[in-house]
Design a protein around this ligand. Sequence first.
Ligand SMILES: *[C@@H]1O[C@H](CO)[C@@H](O)[C@H](O)[C@H]1NC(C)=O
Ligand SMILES: *[C@@H]1O[C@H](CO)[C@@H](O)[C@H](O)[C@H]1NC(C)=O
Ligand SMILES: *[C@@H]1O[C@H](CO)[C@@H](O)[C@H](O)[C@H]1NC(C)=O
Ligand SMILES: *[C@@H]1O[C@H](CO)[C@@H](O)[C@H](O)[C@H]1NC(C)=O
Ligand SMILES: *[C@@H]1O[C@H](CO)[C@@H](O)[C@H](O)[C@H]1NC(C)=O
Ligand SMILES: *[C@@H]1O[C@H](CO)[C@@H](O)[C@H](O)[C@H]1NC(C)=O
Ligand SMILES: *[C@@H]1O[C@H](CO)[C@@H](O)[C@H](O)[C@H]1NC(C)=O
Ligand SMILES: *[C@@H]1O[C@H](CO)[C@@H](O)[C@H](O)[C@H]1NC(C)=O
Ligand SMILES: *[C@@H]1O[C@H](CO)[C@@H](O)[C@H](O)[C@H]1NC(C)=O
Ligand SMILES: *[C@@H]1O[C@H](CO)[C@@H](O)[C@H](O)[C@H]1NC(C)=O
Ligand SMILES: *[C@@H]1O[C@H](CO)[C@@H](O)[C@H](O)[C@H]1NC(C)=O
Ligand SMILES: *[C@@H]1O[C@H](CO)[C@@H](O)[C@H](O)[C@H]1NC(C)=O
Length: 469
Amino acid sequence: MRSARKTCVVLFHILLFSLLSLKITASPRTQADALIKWKNTFSFQPSSLASWSLTNINNLCNWTSIVCDSAGTVSKINLSGENITGVLTEFNFTEFSTLTHFDLSSNNIDGDIPSAIGSLAKLAYLDLGSNIFGGIIPSDIAQLTELEYLNLSNNSLNGTIPHQLSNLQKVCGKIPSSLGQLKKLQILDLRLNALNSTIPSQLGLCTNLTYLALAINRLSGELPLSLSNLITLSELGLSDNLLSGEISPDLISSWTELVSLQLQNNSFTGKIPPEIGLLTNLNYLYLYNNKLSGPIPSEFGSLINLASLDLSGNQLSVVQFHQRLENLASLATFDVNTNQLYGELPQNISRLPSLQSISLFTNNFSGSIPRDFGKHIQLTYVSFSNNSFSGELPPELCSGFALEDFTDVLDQRLPPPTGQLAEEVMFVVNVALGCTGTTPEGRPSMRFVAQELSAKTQDNHNKLTSFQK
Ligand SMILES: *[C@@H]1O[C@H](CO)[C@@H](O)[C@H](O)[C@H]1NC(C)=O
Ligand SMILES: *[C@@H]1O[C@H](CO)[C@@H](O)[C@H](O)[C@H]1NC(C)=O
Ligand SMILES: *[C@@H]1O[C@H](CO)[C@@H](O)[C@H](O)[C@H]1NC(C)=O
Ligand SMILES: *[C@@H]1O[C@H](CO)[C@@H](O)[C@H](O)[C@H]1NC(C)=O
Ligand SMILES: *[C@@H]1O[C@H](CO)[C@@H](O)[C@H](O)[C@H]1NC(C)=O
Ligand SMILES: *[C@@H]1O[C@H](CO)[C@@H](O)[C@H](O)[C@H]1NC(C)=O
Ligand SMILES: *[C@@H]1O[C@H](CO)[C@@H](O)[C@H](O)[C@H]1NC(C)=O
Ligand SMILES: *[C@@H]1O[C@H](CO)[C@@H](O)[C@H](O)[C@H]1NC(C)=O
Ligand SMILES: *[C@@H]1O[C@H](CO)[C@@H](O)[C@H](O)[C@H]1NC(C)=O
Ligand SMILES: *[C@@H]1O[C@H](CO)[C@@H](O)[C@H](O)[C@H]1NC(C)=O
Ligand SMILES: *[C@@H]1O[C@H](CO)[C@@H](O)[C@H](O)[C@H]1NC(C)=O
Ligand SMILES: *[C@@H]1O[C@H](CO)[C@@H](O)[C@H](O)[C@H]1NC(C)=O
């Protein structure tokens, strides 16, 4: 009995001692040792890391790519773009419980992301983007409860997005504590991998997310409705996956802070919810190459900050926003090609003050193209072909000399010119059309034409001489 208690006391002291020594292990000296050991496993020693050496072991805080805290232990390691060829499994994570920033982006690090990464208890910023990491994302990442920035994009990761990520409270915001700890995540970038799961509904617990990028993976299934909790999202990129189902009005109406919404190259079906009109901060809206049907709702007229709209490659039927079109003061790109749109073009489309590129080809628009198209604005790209338009091309389409691509304006029965000839035809057509403007003010001055001509000749001359070299 007595000896048992004695053993207990001894054990307690051993335990206490080992706990203390564990704490002491994260010293500048042992961290420096661990970094040198890791560096020695690289298959190429970057000269920029010359300061990482035994002879310089007492100067850890002066080593390149290293930042220390006030205790002299490492708080930041930034090896972004240092041409490192190695593996992370040789990195001694247990030494770096003091680390807050770990940036290994744009190197040649391959192999797995070790689950030991979960021991970096203070980590707020983790960037492993643009390397060659393979295998799965270890769920141990969810132990990094201080994480605000997580970037694993442009690797070869496969398998699932671990639902435990929702524990990342800093990325993920106010999560009921029973569900985990990772509340702080604000930026999550998993683009350009081979992730093939569904989008875990737990991601909806990451209510502090402002940036969520899952594009170019093999994600499938529908958008979980829990994502409607992500009310601070400003950029959402889910393009180039295998996502399907409808785009729920509940989701759209929750994402009112969105500046960029990119759902292109998926298999979404159903209608574009009229709630889209609530997203008045939107600059970019890309829904192209899906299976969306129904109208382009009149609520589009509320998107007063929209700069680029691409709804091409769907099965949309009619443009409903005739009346409020003039609100779209920033709209530069309007692309609805390859849908089933019919009816007349909104006449005021020719008055969109910022419009540069308009693509309507392969629909069934009828009626005439507004006469004053090109009169008020400088268009660089127009494409009306393969519709049921009647009447003539607008006379002032080209008066600004800005048009860069004529393929769809020229007679479709003839094969379009190519190469140097195309450039010359375009130039001549530009000048010709410019000079036939209905109003004298709309026509170019002789001086302008002369300048353009001599610039062109100069251009050809340069090309000739460069051919001769
Ligand atoms: C760090 O380097 C600077 C100059 O590069 C030097 O002045 C300073 O003494 C060094 N600190 C230590 C601790 O070696
Ligand atoms: C790391 O350094 C690069 C420039 O070399 C910089 O762009 C990046 O923001 C830095 N990362 C951190 C976490 O400070
Ligand atoms: C980058 O690393 C490779 C080996 O991984 C080496 O051959 C190459 O010279 C390095 N480039 C530079 C600029 O250091
Ligand atoms: C990592 O560091 C700890 C403490 O210094 C040490 O006990 C352990 O053996 C090291 N692990 C590796 C893989 O080097
Ligand atoms: C993530 O990393 C990639 C490549 O390393 C970079 O292009 C991208 O801008 C980063 N994402 C964010 C949100 O900073
Ligand atoms: C992806 O990483 C490769 C190198 O691994 C780099 O060349 C490429 O620019 C990166 N792409 C993006 C989009 O960051
Ligand atoms: C997933 O990544 C691992 C490690 O890179 C690789 O061995 C495996 O073949 C990959 N699986 C798939 C389905 O691509
Ligand atoms: C959410 O992010 C904001 C900064 O955008 C930060 O002030 C706040 O503390 C974060 N919330 C949590 C739970 O970390
Ligand atoms: C993801 O890929 C793995 C490995 O190829 C496979 O076993 C799994 O069934 C795939 N999951 C989905 C949802 O496609
Ligand atoms: C998206 O779809 C377009 C048209 O099908 C295609 O050209 C483009 O390559 C796709 N994007 C990606 C990243 O696959
Ligand atoms: C077209 O625009 C003009 C002025 O910009 C406006 O007065 C008129 O109501 C608009 N017409 C339609 C049908 O939207
Ligand atoms: C296109 O519209 C015209 C009427 O404007 C109609 O006669 C024709 O059937 C439509 N074509 C298709 C393929 O829907």
